[in-house]
Write a protein that binds this ligand. Structure first.
Ligand SMILES: NC(=O)c1ccc[n+]([C@@H]2O[C@H](COP(=O)([O-])OP(=O)(O)OC[C@H]3O[C@@H](n4cnc5c(N)ncnc54)[C@H](OP(=O)(O)O)[C@@H]3O)[C@@H](O)[C@H]2O)c1
Length: 307
């Protein structure tokens, strides 16, 4: 099977690249931008003609769409670009998948929900995004659903990894520099290690579990606030500095309300996803976020030592 990954140099795409080497399929990694040392085909997913040509020349059977406009705040003032990547490009991928008879695995977000629930969101709960990012991700889902192609949409949340921009790396950097940090405690979600999601996707591919025409929720287990997450990151990182014989600068992580931390985009107060369906249909056991956080921070410190 020929598999084209788009947005392959982002967090999820890089973790897929790490795992895919073990599989029996032919994986092709593409992105709009290049990263030194990573073999990447140049592909802007919003360019339908190039997408079509490339899919033809590489005889693509399966698309895994990891490309995204991910900056939730910037999207508020950059609506057109966010829409072109999160919505229109998803529509183009669906169109090409349909034309080729290929399968599309697409990644969506917990931010399609409003966040006024107090129980985990199920796949068919009403969507009502608060900001441009969520609106464009939802439009991407709808375009795929209406395209007639064979697809699987995976809604995930709060991705972290040693790569790209994410909350774990930001907290590691800021807590090493500042005496204190204020972090919101009134937004609850489920941190998800990109490597765990990549493993799930690779297993789906290996087992050919291409369940068609469905949306599934998949995150790591557990639900916490960004504040609790920051506390855990700082605590675990402190242990590494002690081990390395370094005096870590003490940083107080302090809780604050969302309104005390103004940002361009409104975010859901509660975006925990119910994962019952994915567990039932795929027989998957999902890791607990803190166990995966330990693994991720271990890799980040390991990479720093090698650098
Ligand atoms: N990160 C999260 O917390 C989170 C939460 C929920 C859902 N998700 C979803 O999970 C998926 C993977 O997220 P991620 O964190 O791995 O994203 P990411 O790290 O932002 O990676 C996205 C990749 O797509 C590339 N890209 C942007 N525009 C493109 C275009 N026109 N054509 C091709 N590639 C393009 C980006 O390149 P540049 O960096 O050069 O722009 C980047 O390499 C996305 O669908 C995202 O919406 C993420």
């Amino acid at each position: 099977m020929n598999i084209l990954v788009t947005g392959a140099n982002g967090q999820l795409g890089t973790e897929l690249r790490n795992l895919a080497a073990n599989g029996k399929d032919r994986w092709i990694f593409s992105d709009v931008s290049q990263v030194p040392g990573l073999e990447t085909l140049s592909l802007d997913v919003s360019d339908l003609d190039t997408l079509r040509l490339l899919s033809e020349s590489e005889s693509v059977d399966l698309f895994i769409n990891c490309a995204s406009y991910s900056d939730v705040d910037k999207a508020e003032s950059d609506q057109s670009l966010a829409d072109s990547i999160n919505h229109l490009a998803a529509a183009s991928l669906a169109k090409v998948s349909f034309e080729r008879g290929a399968f599309l695995i697409h990644i969506s977000s917990d931010y399609v929900f409003h966040g006024d629930s107090s129980v985990p969101y199920k796949e068919d709960d009403e969507t009502d995004p608060l900001g441009v990012y969520g609106v464009t991700k939802l439009a991407g889902e709808r375009a795929i659903e209406n395209s007639g192609c064979s697809y699987l949409i995976l809604r995930t949340a709060w991705l972290f990894s040693p790569y790209g921009h994410n909350f774990v790396k930001t907290i590691l950097e800021l807590s090493a520099e500042r005496p204190n940090l204020r972090v919101v405690f009134d937004q609850i979600g489920s941190p998800t290690y990109a490597a765990d999601l990549a493993k799930f996707i690779c297993d789906v591919v290996d087992r050919r579990q291409f369940i068609d025409g469905r949306i599934y929720h998949i995150t790591d287990e557990g639900a916490i606030s960004w504040y609790d997450f920051a506390k855990a990151i700082s605590e675990i990182a402190g242990g590494y500095d002690v081990l390395a014989g370094k005096a870590r600068r003490h940083c107080d992580i302090l809780p604050c309300h969302s309104e005390d931390y103004p940002s361009a985009a409104r975010r859901p107060h509660y975006s925990v996803l119910d994962k019952s369906l994915v567990k039932r249909d795929f027989g998957v056991t999902l890791p607990y976020w803190r166990d995966s956080l330990l693994k991720c921070i271990d890799r980040i410190f390991g990479m720093r030592e090698k650098a």
